[in-house]
Design a protein around this ligand. Structure first.
Ligand code: SF4
Length: 243
């Protein structure tokens, strides 16, 4: 393992999906082709980061941030670019209108943390942290895909548990609210994390880091059908069955 190794949600997520996927992605630097949904998610995150760090907070500024963040990588053709651009603009219009009704103010966007868990460096970036007039905080994670998750899935989300840990142990406050903001539907799903749930999540991160350090990268072929590397991986069950 390299000296500069840092565990993060993305790394844990890749390893839990399939240890061999982690190896391909992070050790062998195998490239994942960009898809429209991935590029679109990056564009919207960048747009909101630029907007909330801008002095001007009018709708024209939001659209200017959107246009400046736009890139065509990953879209299949001009028609798809047009459709996604239109969808993003409508999404941002609703976002802007609803931000007027918000009782909190945006305190941080793309807030990075860099800490230690056990003997490992642990890093991440929180999409947004809001503060209410009474001093309480809300951690917000944006999602740009169309499907709104069920409450149970949000309650079990590992990334939000990591965010809760970072707020408490790095930034020094308990998040009073944790939300997943599904921008396509302008819907927030709220959740909470107990100390036990946070500790369990950190145990998973440490265990994953230990497995990576021990170079345990056995393939999990039960996920090949939905894996980004299903056409490139030498263990791919999908290739065996379909090609
Ligand atoms: S194709 Fe299958 S074995 Fe290969 S990385 Fe993906 S999930 Fe793992």
């Amino acid at each position: 393992m390299r000296d500069d190794f840092k565990i993060s949600y993305s790394r844990v997520n890749a390893y839990l999906f399939c240890p061999y996927k982690y190896k391909l992605l992070y050790l062998e630097n195998v490239y994942i082709p960009l898809f429209a949904n991935i590029t679109f998610g990056h564009i919207i995150h960048k747009t909101l980061e630029r907007f909330h760090t801008n002095k001007e907070q009018c709708f024209d500024t939001l659209i200017e941030c959107y246009n400046n963040s736009w890139k065509n990588d990953g879209f299949s053709d001009p028609q798809q670019v047009f459709e996604y651009y239109k969808r993003g603009k409508q999404m941002l219009e609703v976002y802007y209108r609803s931000s007027y009704e918000s009782k909190s103010k945006v305190l941080y966007v793309e807030k990075a943390f860099d800490t230690n868990i056990g003997k490992y460096k642990f890093v991440g970036v929180i999409d947004r942290i809001d503060q209410y007039k009474d001093g309480t905080h809300e951690v917000v994670d944006y999602k740009t895909h169309v499907i709104v998750w069920e409450q149970e899935k949000v309650d079990k989300d590992l990334q939000l548990s990591f965010y809760a840990y970072a707020c408490k142990n790095v930034f020094g406050f308990e998040p009073d609210k944790i939300s997943m903001y599904f921008l396509s539907d302008n819907k927030k799903i709220y959740t909470k994390r107990t100390q036990e749930e946070i500790s369990n999540a950190i145990d998973i991160a440490v265990k994953t880091a230990e497995n990576i350090a021990a170079e345990k990268f056995d393939p999990d072929t039960s996920k090949c059908q939905i894996c980004d590397f299903k056409l490139k991986c030498k263990y791919s069950q999908y290739k065996l069955e379909n090609l």
